[in-house]
Design a protein around this ligand. Structure first.
Ligand SMILES: *Cc1c(COP(=O)(O)O)cnc(C)c1O
Length: 471
């Protein structure tokens, strides 16, 4: 028998490992299927390790205690939910991979209240008759944007698909070539049109589109003039595009509706926080656009949702289209959305309580102070294991919004002495909750603009865990 066979024989049996006190202790909180699976996987991994190792002497410890410990750690990991809280230290406010906008306390309370028991989701409490789920937000949306009517669906991609289909199926929609965008991989204007049965009539050139281009594209089969906000890219240099007001005037002349996909969509002007001056939803409504769509979880700072506002006739068509049922918004989302929109009734309150707006409005100075305070604590706790400094670092908006905008700020930079910065980054991702930072020029950057103050002690504890385990 060779050495490998000898080692394989030393591997403790699954049943014996399950009887070890470490695993017996877990039985009350870990379902047995997961425990057995964890033990079997641990044994299989060790077996593979032995068979593949080049050394004659394997350096793995095959004692029952060690193997049971490895199995218990594996089982512990299986107990963690797959979708869970992470600390976003990237500084990017609307990180799509990290779930975009965190919700306000008001939104969280509303979700909890509606989720825990029953609700009047589709019941009119005045009459006792069937109501409509849109009724919980449509007045608010009209009040906040000046629109005649509103509808909400699952997300903005769905809102665009639904509005296009309801208003222009089988007909042509005229779009400028400079607005033929792709957002987040699979949302492409031409593809969404095709899916909605709308014929694309592309006009203009990449950098310039004139009102005349729209005018000469109009024929008896034109169903819609579509404007798309180029959220995630900018064309700079010699450019011309047509304003919403000009498109509306042309549309009126030919009795053709005008729609705009705003992407992020802002309910009030955020330029005082360092964002570029962009038209708000109300500006679009005031310009006379028939239908506007935007996301609930971008700069609005609410849950994932697609919001549609505009003229009553258009919203009626949209609400009654069969696709509206397929894309309908869930009650939890609706609760969070209503609570978020209510905060906007007072702009100062919105900035104070909606996390995305609060992070956006934080001054560079404020972030610098938080970074210095954190760096000071870290110097005491882990200063022997890593260089720590506070560096200027900008934030991106993210979520495919305002690609050129950078918010000035600061980050705590860590340069570990004994491990690589990649290893530190990976160790932070393995913590509970995981911390996501950014690696740049040999340092791990923790940008505090997107870290909630309540998360800071956890962040410190995570770093202590990592450095104490290594040394
Ligand atoms: C983000 C975006 C979308 C997609 O919105 P989701 O809410 O992510 O579905 C569509 N159009 C534009 C212009 C966008 O910026």
């Amino acid at each position: 028998m060779d050495d490998k066979q000898l080692l394989l024989r030393q591997l403790p049996a699954v049943d014996r490992i399950l009887q070890h006190s470490l695993l017996l202790d877990m039985e009350t909180r870990c379902p047995r299927v997961l425990l057995v699976e964890a033990v079997k996987e641990t044994v299989a991994a060790l077996r593979k390790n032995i068979l593949e190792s080049q050394n004659r002497e394997s350096d793995v410890d095959l004692s029952l205690d060690k193997v049971a410990e490895a199995a218990a750690i594996r089982a512990q990991k299986k107990l963690l939910p797959s979708l869970r809280h992470v600390i976003n230290a990237t500084g990017t406010l609307l990180h799509t991979n990290l779930g975009r906008a965190p919700l306000s306390d008001a939104a969280l309370c509303a979700v909890e209240a509606v989720a825990r028991s029953y609700s009047n989701l589709e019941l009119d409490l005045e009459t006792g008759k069937r109501g409509h789920r849109y009724s919980h937000v449509d007045e608010l949306l009209c009040r906040l944007t000046g629109a005649e009517a509103a509808a909400v669906v699952n997300n903005n991609a769905g809102a665009v698909l639904l509005a296009l289909t309801a208003l222009a199926r089988g007909r042509e929609a005229v779009v400028s070539r400079g607005e033929m965008i792709e957002i987040g991989g699979s949302f492409r204007i031409p593809d969404v049109m095709e899916a909605g049965g709308v014929l694309l009539r592309e006009i203009g050139t990449t950098n310039k589109t004139h009102l005349e281009d729209y005018r000469s594209a109009i024929n008896e089969n034109t169903g819609l003039l579509l404007k798309v906000h180029t959220s995630n890219y900018r064309i700079v240099g010699f450019t011309t595009d047509v304003t919403a007001a000009e498109m509306v005037a042309l549309g009126r002349e030919h009795r053709i509706p005008v729609m705009e996909d705003l992407g992020s969509g802002m309910l009030f002007d955020l330029s005082s926080f360092g964002l570029p001056q962009e038209p708000t939803v109300s500006d679009g409504v005031a310009a006379g656009i028939d239908v506007l769509t935007f996301s609930g979880d971008k700069l609005l700072g609410g849950p994932q949702a697609g919001i549609i506002v505009g003229k009553k006739w258009a919203i009626d068509e949209i609400r009654h289209h069969p696709l509206a049922r397929a894309l309908r918004i869930g009650k939890l989302t609706l609760a969070a959305l209503e609570a978020t929109l209510r905060l906007y009734l007072d702009h100062e309150q919105a900035v104070r309580e909606i996390p995305v707006l609060r992070m956006l409005s934080a001054s560079s100075r404020e972030i610098e102070e938080r970074c210095h305070a954190l760096a000071k604590i870290l110097a005491v706790e882990i200063g022997a294991c890593t260089a720590i400094s506070v560096e200027p670092e900008e934030s991106a908006i993210g979520g495919g919004a305002l690609p050129l905008t950078r918010l000035p700020g600061f980050a705590v930079a860590l340069k570990p002495l004994e491990i690589s910065v990649d290893k530190l980054g990976s160790a932070l991702r393995q913590q509970n909750p995981p911390v996501i930072g950014r690696i740049q020029e040999g340092a791990l950057l923790l940008n505090l603009r997107t870290v909630l103050p309540a998360e800071e002690p956890v962040l410190i504890q995570n770093l202590k865990n990592i450095f104490n385990n290594i040394f």
